[in-house]
Design a protein around this ligand. Structure first.
Ligand code: ADP
Length: 504
């Protein structure tokens, strides 16, 4: 059963119950008001009769007694349609008819035989032999000053008019109610159709997306930002996320297969050579190099893939950037061991940021590694750290080959390598280093910028927000983590002079 049908049935059922309840209460109230007005007329008539008649007991104490009731001219009641009878009652004898109004001249039976002789006012409904329903009021008649009842006055009114009116009212209510329910069901169906139509469109669109397996398709945006508009937006956002994750996965697989093909081919070729000519140290060296390159590549790719999936959470603690810079400075000297390069520290200011020390070090090492790779012998690489009121500026400046303005637009793209780097003799990069460096900077709410002039050199600057007082409160609250990762501050080495400066 569709939601729409359920809504209509529920709506119709509720409305029918409400109309039935309301109709029954209204019907009963109106009928009782009419009956009450009839009763009022009967009461007034009976009072009039009793007040305007004289009654007397005739006979001796020992002999039979008779009541004599002198009714006022009973035709007075003809106009009002009230019929009146007076009866003498006695416990031992059958009731005796005394007198009746002119409109009952041919009728000598009691109006209601059951209530004759009652000692109090009694209202009753009686059906006559010709099927007419009468409302009868029986009132006791007693001698003035005595309690004993010796007669009854009965007044009656036909309920024909009331019954006709109430049955007409019932018909009107049933027909009106049915028409009302019908109109409401029609309106409800129309309204629910209007309200649920966009859901139908959403279902159709979602179905076509799943059958076409085209994750680029989006649900048609709704004109109004009501619940359905919000649902559409949320579903579209979800589709975008799924599409992104899917394309990341596809790109990852494509990247991995593409990038691993070259080293695997080289390894395979070298192994075949070893098989054919025996173990040569150069061949073994080449296999080792390619295996190492492949291992680095896989690590980089995994890191980027995890970052893309959003599943990589960085534990942030208070980090002294100057300490990291000095660490990298020391490691950099190992890297330039066989090169004629100067790695020096420029102006260094203490800077503390909220960050992940391992990732930040990886970032700076990537930049320094590139600077070493792309700076010809005799060049200089300068590491510096400056602070402004809000940010720390960590730069790696080299006097290397430089990057053209066109290449600068793409160097942060994955696997992008400039022609210079491709032709560079000792270059073993994969074009992922800067993508990773940029991701790390962004993950720290910072950014990585480049300034370069072809043939003159390049400066990469990492801009990171300095740690604020509020950050330090948070870091203090989690001292275990802070202690676990915090490193002792190394003494800053004195600014190292370039070989030329040293000669001077
Ligand atoms: P990889 O170094 O592994 O090739 P990167 O993503 O680190 O990949 O760098 C992308 C490209 O940017 C490099 O191939 C190189 O062409 C260029 N590049 C990066 N750093 C420098 C630099 N300091 N000097 C000149 N070119 C650079």
């Amino acid at each position: 059963m569709t939601l729409r049908l359920k809504l209509i049935i529920l709506y119709a059922a509720l409305l029918t119950v409400i109309i039935l309840m309301f109709g029954t209460i209204t019907f009963a109230a109106i009928r009782s008001i009419w009956i009450e007005s009839v009763d009022q007329t009967l009461r007034e008539t009976v009072n009039l009769v009793i007040n305007n008649s004289t009654s007397a007991l005739v006979g001796d104490f020992s002999g039979p007694r008779t009541i004599q009731v002198q009714l006022p001219p009973l035709d007075t009641f003809r106009a009002s349609g009230v019929m009146v009878q007076a009866w003498q009652t006695d416990e031992e004898e059958a009731p005796k008819f005394v007198v009746s109004s002119a409109n009952l001249r041919d009728y000598s039976n009691p109006l209601d035989p059951n209530t004759l002789g009652a000692s109090e006012l009694i209202y009753s409904n009686v059906i006559t032999s010709n099927g007419t329903e009468l409302r009868v009021l029986t009132a006791p008649v007693s001698l003035t000053g005595r309690d004993a009842v010796f007669g009854s006055v009965q007044a009656a009114v036909s309920l024909h008019t009331v019954n006709v009116a109430t049955s007409k009212l019932a018909v009107i209510m049933v027909v009106g109610g049915a028409i009302g329910v019908g109109i409401s069901i029609f309106l409800g169906a129309w309204l629910s159709h209007q309200a649920l139509e966009p859901i139908g469109a959403i279902i159709q669109a979602a179905d076509s997306i799943s059958t076409a397996e085209d994750l680029r398709t989006r649900l048609p945006e709704q004109r109004h930002m009501d619940e359905l508009g919000m649902l559409t937006t949320v579903l579209n956002r979800m589709l975008k996320r799924i599409e992104d994750l899917f394309s990341v996965q596809q790109r990852f697989v494509a990247d991995v297969s593409h990038e691993l093909r070259t080293p695997l081919t080289v390894i395979q070729g070298n192994l075949e050579m070893i098989e054919r000519y025996g173990l040569e140290p150069e061949l073994m060296e080449a296999v080792k190099d390619e295996t190492g390159r492949m291992a680095r590549l896989v690590i980089d790719l995994l890191l980027l893939a995890r970052a893309d999936y959003g599943g990589m959470k960085l534990d942030l603690i208070a980090v002294d950037l100057d300490t990291i810079l000095v660490d990298v400075y020391h490691e950099g000297h190992i890297l330039i061991k066989n090169r004629d390069l100067s790695l020096i520290l420029g102006s260094i200011e203490p800077a503390r940021v909220m960050g992940n020390p391992d990732r930040l070090k990886q970032l700076v090492l990537n930049l320094v590694g590139n600077a070493i790779k792309f700076t010809p012998d005799g060049g200089t690489i300068t590491l510096s750290l400056q602070v402004s009121r809000r940010n720390a500026y960590l730069s790696v400046c080299d006097t290397g080959v430089g990057i053209s303005a066109e290449d600068q637009k793409h160097i942060f793209d994955r696997f992008y390598q400039t022609d210079t780097s491709r032709t560079h003799a000792k270059h073993d990069g994969s074009g992922l280093g800067l993508s990773i460096a940029q991701w790390i900077a962004n993950a720290h709410d910072g950014k990585l910028t480049v300034k370069s002039t072809l043939g003159e050199g390049t400066t990469f600057t990492v801009i990171l927000p300095l740690m604020q007082a509020s950050d330090s409160d948070e870091a203090d609250a989690d001292k275990t983590v802070t202690h676990l990762f915090a490193r002792p501050r190394l003494p800053l080495p004195r600014r190292r002079k370039t070989p030329e400066a040293q000669q001077e």
